[in-house]
Design a protein around this ligand. Structure first.
Ligand SMILES: [Zn+2]
Length: 423
């Protein structure tokens, strides 16, 4: 069966159409700018609000949902019953009733076997695809690396399509859509890759359009660090937090900000290029061609060059994990480098904190390997770099090293449309 016809049998199309009825034009960026919600969309907006509260609270009874949303139980039932009937939500086993008796409450949560979302992580060196269930469970993972000697973009796209196709074939139900977290500069309005410094073959590739045409599913593309943030927001440590930021370090450096309950994207997704904010006037030349970017002092390239200069062992493969181990075992030069790296990472975070005042930071990528030692070192430098003010406690936490948050976040891009919740 050709991929375009993958889900075209009548029965399957019926199921998909029923689920896709959840999508509505009010969730699209251009529609959101129109101002008033049409009367026909109010129901969808209310449903989005209820599901957003459900995501923030986790499995929750109707009564609790009603209390948090500020409506009565009958209203909640009117909103969630159709979703239960469609197999998107389920009622769990009754919870033991609280003191005073009453009917035992049954928690509402997302059905494990509801249609999944195909999530794609596209980085400069390869692709990682999977299925994500509405409760964030990841299955059917497929990975592939790109050949280093490719002369054109086609072999890379063939590999991407092949991975996505394999994952879609493993879905037990037609997926709701394809969410993509992509490294590099992304135009989120068009789903186009603007530029990838480490994989220029991908520059200008209309990724969203190409995937939608090939697989016939809704596609959303966003910048990798923003997908990390969405993953933390929907399924992880950022759940329910009105303000927080995500920082990703590794071969490159980027970030994303959640402010006053909304993901900040900037025009066409131009926000969050934190790796190219300046930290050193006339500093080292960056891959972007400018000088003194944060990325030049807080990524693996810097760490490995410094490790070489300090004659540390295995410097060409040095990362935060091996540096933290070395610092713990030997102290000396390794401990000095770890502290300097922590300071370099903290400098950019301090600049962001002073600009937008997020006080909760989730660190993802290579730094996570440095564990508690590196986290405490970064936090100590933050305390030095950020002027104290009352009630301004800053918290740094480690996210994940395996990019699970990015995959869940890529799924969350589709989910936010499904739930009519503007990220
Ligand atoms: Zn730069």
């Amino acid at each position: 069966m050709a991929s375009e016809d993958r889900f075209s049998s009548d029965g399957e199309r019926g199921g998909l159409a029923a689920l896709n009825d959840l999508f509505d034009d009010t969730s699209r960026p251009d529609a959101r700018r129109q101002g008033l919600i049409s009367s026909s969309s109010i129901g969808l907006a209310n449903r989005g609000r209820v599901l957003q509260v459900l995501f923030d609270l986790g499995p929750t009874s109707r009564a609790e949902l009603a209390r948090h949303v500020g409506v009565n139980r009958a209203t909640i039932t009117g909103i969630i019953q159709p979703l239960i009937d469609q197999g998107i939500l389920v009622e769990g086993e009754p919870l033991p009733s609280k003191e005073g008796g009453g009917k035992p409450a049954r928690p509402i949560w997302f059905a494990e076997d509801a249609a999944p979302i195909c999530a794609v992580l596209l980085m400069h060196d390869g692709v990682h695809c999977c299925l994500v269930s509405l409760d964030g469970t990841i299955t059917a993972e497929v990975r592939a690396t790109f050949p280093e000697d490719a002369a054109t973009v086609e072999p890379l796209i063939d590999i991407l399509f092949d991975c996505v196709g394999q994952v879609l074939d493993l879905a037990h139900r037609p997926p709701l859509g394809i969410g993509v977290a992509a490294g590099g500069m992304i135009d989120t309005d068009t789903g186009t890759i603007v530029a990838v410094n480490l994989a220029p073959l991908l520059d200008g590739f209309p990724l969203g359009q190409a995937l939608a045409r090939r697989f016939g599913l809704p596609v959303r593309v966003d910048h990798h660090p923003r997908a990390l943030l969405v993953g933390d927001r929907w399924f992880g440590i950022g759940r329910g937090k009105p303000n927080f930021a995500v920082i990703y370090t590794g071969d490159v450096l980027g970030g994303a900000i959640f402010l006053d309950g909304h993901l900040y994207r900037g025009p066409a997704g131009a926000g969050g290029e934190l790796g190219h904010t300046f930290v050193q006037v006339d500093g080292a030349t960056c891959r972007c061609g400018r000088r003194g970017c944060w990325e030049t002092i807080a990524t693996l390239g810097w760490l490995r060059r410094e490790a070489l200069q300090r004659h540390l062992p295995s410097c060409e493969a040095m990362d935060s994990r091996s540096l933290a181990l070395l610092a713990m075992e030997n102290g000396g030069a390794a401990a000095g480098l770890l502290d300097l790296y922590a300071r370099n990472v903290a400098i950019g975070i301090a600049n962001l904190q002073q600009t937008m005042a997020p006080n909760f930071f989730v660190l993802h990528g290579d730094v996570v390997g440095g564990g508690a030692t590196l986290l405490e070192a970064i936090a100590a430098h933050m305390r030095d770099l950020v002027p104290w003010r009352p009630g301004n406690d800053i918290q740094l936490v480690m996210g994940d090293l395996e990019d699970r948050a990015a995959l869940r976040g890529a799924a969350g891009l589709i989910l936010s449309e499904l739930l009519h919740f503007a990220l």
